[in-house]
Design a protein around this ligand. Structure first.
Ligand code: SF4
Ligand code: SF4
Length: 510
């Protein structure tokens, strides 16, 4: 879920004609003071963060004069609230609040439907309100084909004891809120509190909207940089990983840095999971060995080798990690040797100097472990691989032993052989496959032909690989980036095949 700031959420409400207090964004104390002067009335200065409970952490302050607003903003901008550094504040006209309510539209996955929640009590979290005042809260599952009619909304508001004009006004807001949530494909849209002010108007005093990850690209007007549920602004690596995922529809790649401020020797591990539940269990196993987790990463849903490669490169870009731990569900239907080849390419390129333990459980796990073992033997750090019958707890224990032993061999990275790209073509994720025909002519195994999983390579008259499909088709995804023409070629052929997979932000070019 991608979270919107309060001011962004309110601009959506505004678009749907739900009244919000007059307000403007300020990124300096001076501009906060100027806005207060322009409003010529008491204001509230509110930290714009994705975290909840801002008031408790000093992120919401009232000011009666421009000078007070400036001081309030000075105390908030730059402050860390639950790890989130505040960059700007919303300065709003203070409301004369008479009564508070809660209104929300939330997607209930168990019902596969949006649910309207309204409470005639507002202010605190809806869970607390429901606990303390169960009779004041109504929930209504909305049929998306029918929508929410004004009649239904009025009936619901009536059930919590609100009648007359007020009932009409609130029902009108609920109908508009549902329309806004639907149009923006929100996972949740909460107005808390929805308030009745002295004039009798109903206004959204605070609002938080989250957008479904998969809908973000349909709403460029929101300017969401990263479709992830974060409590902090994304790090550079978070953004790098998100761009990889955004540009490659195959499988799932999720990466979030959990800690950035650490050094070698502090016990941080780069974590590479596969599948939500198994990854959680594996993270617990690592923590039980006294490690700390630098990042969460998940590559699942049949990712190509190239995606696993990019994930591993991003994990290893975290400076100061002491080990690399990969472990997932253990019953994956995906063919694990794809992941193994992706990992081999990444570990070899980085000439990895931290111990690696991989639990590549699932389909073809024996082949996956053979690839990982056999193609990393010459690296400075040990790389171990286990299948589903080895518990994650044992794998984490092995990583602990390897990290404690710290037996990293002093083997310099061999100089890269020159590679002439005599024949090349593009791949679907902007990679390039190329062949050095001088090497290919000498090659006896022709491993690339045998191992190319979609079988798109043939030999030409000189005994060198060429596509048996058009270059356009290869670039559309017929070349699945299985990496065989580099990895298998290196160990079974003459190293004439190469695949470059750019990650621009890491400086890995095509
Ligand atoms: S295995 Fe490698 S060296 Fe041999 S023909 Fe294929 S790409 Fe060329
Ligand atoms: S050409 Fe074949 S072997 Fe090479 S990456 Fe593409 S699919 Fe794999």
């Amino acid at each position: 879920m991608a979270r919107l700031f309060e001011y962004q959420s309110k601009s959506i409400l505004n678009k749907f004609k739900i009244p919000v207090p007059e307000g403007k964004i300020a990124d300096t104390p001076e501009s906060a003071g100027d806005i207060a002067r322009e409003f010529a009335c008491p204001v509230v200065v509110k930290a714009q963060t994705w975290t909840t409970g801002r008031a408790k952490y000093g992120g919401i302050k009232f000011a009666d004069t421009p000078e007070e607003a400036k001081m309030a903003a000075a105390g908030i901008i730059g402050k860390k609230i639950k790890g989130f550094t505040v960059e700007n504040v919303l300065v709003e006209k203070k409301l004369d609040i008479e009564e508070e309510y809660f209104a929300g539209i939330i997607i209930d996955d168990s019902k596969a439907s949006p649910v309207l929640i309204f409470s005639s009590v507002g202010g605190t979290g809806i869970e607390e309100i429901a606990k303390e005042h169960p009779d004041k809260v109504i929930r209504h599952t909305i049929d998306i084909h029918e929508g929410l009619s004004a009649y239904t909304a009025r009936n619901l508001v009536r059930k919590v004891g609100i009648s007359g004009k007020l009932q009409m006004k609130i029902a009108g807001i609920l109908v508009k809120l549902y329309k806004a949530a639907r149009e923006y494909e929100a996972r949740s849209a909460e107005i808390n509190p929805l308030v009745r002010v002295k004039s009798g108007d109903i206004m959204a005093a605070d609002c938080h909207i989250t957008i479904d990850d998969y809908a973000v690209f349909r709403h460029p007007d929101l300017g969401i940089e990263i479709a992830r549920e974060l409590s902090n602004p994304p790090t550079e690596l978070d953004m790098t990983a998100f761009n990889v995922e955004k540009n490659d529809y195959r499988g799932t790649f999720y990466f979030i840095q959990l800690e950035t401020d650490f050094e070698e020797g502090q016990g941080y591990v780069g974590f590479h999971g596969a599948g939500g539940g198994g990854s959680m269990m594996s993270m617990d196993a690592v923590l039980a060995e006294g490690f700390k987790i630098a990042n969460f990463c998940d590559t699942s849903g049949n990712p190509p080798a190239s995606k696993v490669y990019r994930a591993a490169k991003i994990i290893m870009a975290q400076k100061g990690i002491d080990g690399y731990f990969g472990s997932g569900s253990g019953v994956a239907s995906q063919e694990q040797f794809h992941s193994a080849r992706g990992l081999v390419k990444a570990f070899r390129e980085n000439w990895i100097r931290i111990p690696v333990v991989e639990r590549l459980g699932g389909n073809q796990e024996e082949k996956a472990c053979d690839i990982l073992h056999n193609y990393t033997k010459d690296l400075p750090a040990p790389v171990e691989c286990y299948g589903k019958d080895t518990p994650a707890s044992y794998c984490a224990k092995r990583l602990r032993e390897l990290v404690n032993k710290a037996e990293i061999k002093d083997i310099p990275k061999p100089k890269e052989e020159p590679h002439n790209a005599d024949y090349s073509f593009q791949t679907v994720s902007e990679g390039t496959v190329s062949f050095d025909y001088d090497k290919c002519r000498k090659c006896i195994s022709k491993a690339c032909i045998k191992e190319c999983i979609p079988g798109i390579l043939n030999l030409n008259d000189e005994g060198c690989p060429v596509l048996n499909i058009s270059k356009e088709d290869a670039a559309k995804g017929k070349c699945t980036e299985c990496l065989c023409c580099e990895i298998e070629c290196k160990f079974k052929g003459e190293a004439g095949g190469k695949i470059d997979l750019p990650i621009k932000e890491l400086g890995i070019k095509n």
